[in-house]
Design a protein around this ligand. Structure first.
Ligand code: FE
Length: 214
């Protein structure tokens, strides 16, 4: 089996959010799809290890915030590379409350669903949600996973359904400086060694020391 075939599937970049009691939480997902239009239903796939998964099981509701190419890339670091168990991922993030669920204000659109069914797989839960609210927030190109990979230079978090361990083994002609937290590959004009000490990863905001040469 050649898993590179999967790279030819198209995905978006979404933040799936819900509530942990009163507290908002969420995670990054790239597997969200519309299943039917009437009634409108959406399916999302969330890893069992994501804290958001257990919170959706409890609240029975989730929102999908669709990131655009103009959305702040650090949202992906905030929601994709740390756990909602330890931090409030919504701290400092502008959110709107829709049907009681927080959605990302910087997204280009959002969809809020109530869970009507779910399917367990070996690693992920597929939640089927009936749409109870949806709107467009900004006229902007939705971010595709390919755009995130090629332009933002980001990688999949380990819990993503699209995660391929081989991604880490991609060999380049020159050594590259890679963020050890989120996998972002530095490709600026300035040589990495000459970057100021206050340089931070544009995705997960970690300092220069977290970069490793590969
Ligand atoms: Fe990073």
């Amino acid at each position: 089996m050649n898993t590179n075939a999967f790279r030819n599937l198209s995905y978006g970049v979404y933040i799936i959010s819900t509530l942990d009691g009163e507290r908002p939480t969420g995670c990054v997902a790239n597997s969200a799809m519309q299943i039917t239009s009437s009634p409108a239903t959406i399916a999302v796939s969330v890893n069992h290890d994501n804290y958001t998964n257990s919170c959706i099981q409890k609240t029975g509701k989730f929102a999908v915030s669709i990131l655009s190419e103009e959305s702040d890339a650090t949202l992906i670091g905030t929601f994709g590379f740390q756990s909602g168990k330890e931090v409030n991922k919504f701290d400092g993030v502008q959110a709107l409350e829709k049907e009681g669920i927080p959605v990302i204000a910087d997204a280009c659109a959002y969809v809020v669903c109530k869970v009507i069914d779910k399917m367990e797989t070996a690693t992920h839960t597929v939640f089927l949600g009936e749409v109870i609210d949806a709107d467009v927030l900004k006229k902007a190109e939705p971010m595709t996973y390919a755009y995130y990979h090629k332009v933002v230079k980001g990688k999949s978090p380990k819990n993503a359904p699209t995660y391929l361990p081989e991604e880490k083994e991609e060999k380049a002609d020159d050594a590259k400086w890679v963020c050890s937290i989120c996998g972002y590959v530095y490709d600026g004009e300035t040589p990495f060694e000459e970057l100021p000490e206050d340089f931070r990863c544009p995705i997960c905001k970690q300092p220069k020391e977290k970069f490793v040469k590969q």
